[in-house]
Design a protein around this ligand. Structure first.
Ligand SMILES: [Fe+2]
Ligand SMILES: [Fe+2]
Length: 248
C-alpha cells in the first residue's frame, strides 16, 4: 500500500485541442498511453493516486466524460486536485462532484482526505506569472501592476481554501500533513510565499505541485528540502509519465 502522485495529464479523448502548442514538446507524444502502461505496471488496487490538476481539456463534464472514465479505470483509489484547465470543476460545487462520483473519484478542495495517519490537504494555488519587464541582460526590472493586483486576489482566495482544508483536518485531530497545490508554491521571482508560509505554519512534511511543464518551466519553483519541508514537482512530463511514490 503506497501513496503516489502525478499531475497535468491534460487528457483530451473528446476534445479538439486549440492549444496544441502546449503539448507539442518532447514527451507528449501518446503520453496517455505511456502513463497508462506505467500505472498498470506499478499501481495496485491497494494504492492511492493523487492526480494534481489539469486532468482534462474538456470544457464541461460532458466533454470530460471519457477523460474521467480513463482516470476511474486506473488501479487504486483516485484523489483529484483542481487545475487551472479543469473547466468541468466549478470551485463552488466540489460537493456535487463528490456526490456524482461517490465511490469512484474524490475531489480535494475545502476538505481533506486521509492516507494512513496523514491528512492530504490542498487547493489549486496560484502564482503571479507576469508579464514581467526584462532588461537587455535578462534581469527583471518591473512588472504589470494591474496583473499583479489581480493575482493577489486569486492568491488570497486560494490561501483561504487551503486554510479551510488544513483546519478541517486539524479539527479531526490530524497532525501530519501532505499539502497539494496545482500551481507552484512560489513564482519565478519569489523565495517564499503565503503558500510556503502556510505549509511551514501547519508543519506539512511535503508540498507537492504541478503545472510547470515543458523543460523551460521545470525549475520555476522550489525543489527538494527547504525549511524542513520536501518540495516536489510532479507534472507528468517532468516525471516522464511515471507516478512518483511519496509515502509507503
Ligand atoms: Fe498543465
Ligand atoms: Fe496548470
Amino acid at each position: 500500500m503506497s501513496l503516489y502522485t502525478i499531475g497535468d495529464l491534460h487528457l483530451h479523448f473528446q476534445t479538439e485541442l486549440k492549444t496544441k502548442a502546449q503539448l507539442k514538446g518532447r514527451g507528449w507524444r501518446n503520453h496517455e498511453k505511456k502513463f497508462l502502461k506505467n500505472c498498470r505496471r506499478i499501481l495496485t488496487d491497494e494504492d492511492t493516486l493523487v492526480l494534481d490538476g489539469d486532468h482534462s481539456w474538456g470544457k464541461n463534464l460532458e466533454y470530460c466524460a471519457d477523460d474521467l472514465q480513463f482516470i476511474m479505470d486506473l488501479p487504486g483509489r483516485k484523489i483529484l486536485t483542481r487545475g487551472n484547465h479543469d473547466m468541468f470543476w466549478d470551485a463552488n460545487k466540489t460537493n456535487r462532484l463528490n456526490e456524482l462520483f461517490a465511490g469512484k473519484l474524490e475531489f480535494l478542495q475545502n476538505n481533506y482526505y486521509t492516507y494512513r495517519d496523514y491528512a492530504l490537504v490542498g487547493t489549486k494555488g496560484y502564482t503571479f506569472e507576469g508579464p514581467f519587464y526584462i532588461d537587455r541582460r535578462g534581469y527583471i526590472v518591473g512588472w504589470d501592476e494591474e496583473a499583479e493586483e489581480h493575482a493577489v486576489k486569486i492568491i488570497n482566495r486560494e490561501l483561504n481554501r487551503l486554510r479551510i482544508s488544513f483546519e478541517a483536518a486539524k479539527a479531526d485531530g490530524y497532525t501530519k500533513f501532505i499539502m497539494f497545490l496545482h500551481y507552484p508554491p512560489t513564482s519565478v521571482i519569489e523565495e517564499k510565499s503565503g503558500f510556503t508560509e502556510m505549509a511551514e505554519a501547519y508543519g506539512a512534511e511535503q508540498v507537492i505541485y504541478a503545472h510547470s511543464h515543458g523543460e523551460a518551466r521545470f525549475y520555476d519553483s522550489i525543489h527538494g528540502m527547504k525549511n524542513g519541508i520536501l518540495y516536489r514537482l510532479v507534472s507528468g512530463d517532468f516525471l516522464k509519465w511515471m507516478p512518483v511514490k511519496i509515502l509507503d
